[in-house]
Design a protein around this ligand. Structure first.
Ligand code: HAM
Length: 422
């Protein structure tokens, strides 16, 4: 019979406890550390559904973006309503706070979960991937920009990222953006035949995105054209200088006026963190200010800024690994009094939650169970057979210390041993 495989670009993550450098293990650990970081910054969790009304993304991420144009996983439900697997988290967060009438209050929120984009899979680019994100709602430009870049620096430090670079830019006010786009269109229009198909379409639909072109010929043409820095106000340029000055001791910060981001809702300050160790898909997080989105989706005028971290990409470049807890293998070698033996395992689990206890559930000889315990890198084995059950004792064996002599412990001694384990 045919085997059914996972879909292209969608990967299974299976914990492989014997190799903490395995990518799945690194991903699980990355999620844990990120949650801790968000809580240390005093952000609160928000969880929104994976499926949303397709219009939500058209009206936020924008129908000129690649995400909405080419990458949405959209379906008709049984009522013939168009629904979409979320490609990102920001739109859903704003939809949710408008719906719950929370758009009048400042909020600091975090989320973590799978996102879907129909992209061409390659290293660090999947069709189902995981993002952790934060959104700061209700604060004008200023401290929240600093708060976010402070968090990026803490993430770089926490995950021991080698040579991280943060690229920053400012897209200005709506007026600045419009004036600059008009000048760009005016400059590029006579050179239309030099533009490739993608950039030609950007020129008519979303000219700012041309700055993101990968075509070196167009990059050279752009260098001689209007520059966004000439259109930005003194305050916007000062914001970039302030960020650079505040965080340059922790991380390389580059002001890159070509950084425009791929989602339409941005206005003002934008940024991305990149790593040379990721290859072509080098951004492991990105974000920026999106002051118009809440109103655009029918809510109040709510200033907002946020970012999202690609968990798989961060895990790929992370240099920290799960610090294994002490593992004790609990081996029952008894044919008829298993329940009493199991109760001992249960009682010791209740005594110390800082250690891992693996009750070997299979049948088998003591030898095969000890082999399993060694393979799992257990520090100790606790063995309970018929004789031990009759005398209310257990056998304690060290699997990591050759000097340690096997001992028989009564239940009181066992309690003391387990309670003191770290
Ligand atoms: P984004 O730049 O589209 O921003 O995605 C954020 C991060 O998600 C990227 O830097 C990358 O690490 C990861 N990512 C994106 N697509 C893929 C993929 N196909 N496979 C693996 N990882 C991927 C946003 O999504 C915005 N919502 C960020 C934001 C929050 N802006 C304001 N608030």
């Amino acid at each position: 019979m045919n085997i059914i495989n996972s879909l292209t670009g969608m990967i299974d993550l299976i914990d492989n406890s014997s190799n903490k450098e395995e990518i799945a293990n690194k991903i699980f650990f990355t999620e844990k550390i990120l949650k801790k970081t968000f809580e240390n910054f005093h952000f609160y969790e928000i969880r929104t559904p994976a499926l949303e009304d397709t219009d939500l993304f058209k009206r936020s991420v924008g129908d000129t973006s690649d995400i909405v144009n080419k990458e949405l996983y959209s379906f008709q439900d049984k009522n013939e309503k168009s629904i979409t697997l979320r490609p990102e988290g920001t739109a859903s967060v704003i939809r949710s706070i408008i719906e719950k009438k929370l758009d009048g209050d400042p909020q600091k929120l975090w989320y973590l979960g799978p996102m879907w984009r129909y992209e061409r899979p390659q290293k660090g680019r999947y069709r189902q991937f995981n993002q952790a994100g934060v959104e700061i709602l209700g604060y004008e430009e200023g401290m929240s920009e600093l708060e976010l870049i402070s968090m990026v620096c803490c993430i770089n430090k926490e995950f021991k990222i080698e040579s991280p670079v943060i690229k920053i830019n400012h897209l200005g006010s709506n007026e600045t953006k419009n004036n600059f786009c008009k000048a760009l269109v005016k400059y590029l229009s006579p050179m239309k035949e030099s533009l490739n198909e993608k950039d030609l379409s950007r020129l008519s639909k979303n000219p700012l995105r041309i700055l993101d072109t990968k075509d070196s010929k167009i990059q050279t043409i752009l260098k001689k054209g209007p520059q966004i820095s000439d259109y930005l106000s003194e305050e916007s340029l000062n914001m970039l200088k302030l960020i650079k000055k505040t965080f340059s001791n922790d991380c390389e910060i580059i002001i890159d006026h070509n950084l425009v981001r791929g989602l339409d809702y941005y206005s003002g300050f934008v940024f991305e963190a990149i790593s040379p160790n990721l290859g072509a898909q080098d951004a492991y997080l990105g974000g920026g200010r999106y002051d118009n989105l809440c109103k655009q989706l029918g809510g109040k005028d709510l200033p907002a800024i946020g970012m999202a971290i690609g968990i798989e990409r961060l895990a790929l470049i992370s240099n920290i690994f799960k610090n294994d807890k002490t593992l004790v293998s609990f081996i029952i070698i008894s044919s008829n009094l298993e329940q009493k033996a199991y109760k001992i395992a249960h009682d010791i689990r209740m005594m110390n939650s800082e250690i891992e206890i693996n009750v070997q559930l299979s049948d088998g000889s003591l030898k095969s169970k000890l082999r399993r315990a060694n393979k799992d890198k257990s520090s100790y084995a606790i063995i309970v057979g018929d004789e031990e059950l009759q005398t209310d004792t257990v056998i304690l064996k060290s699997l990591s210390d050759k000097e340690f002599k096997q001992k028989t412990l009564d239940l009181k001694e066992l309690k003391q041993f387990i309670t003191n384990l770290e």
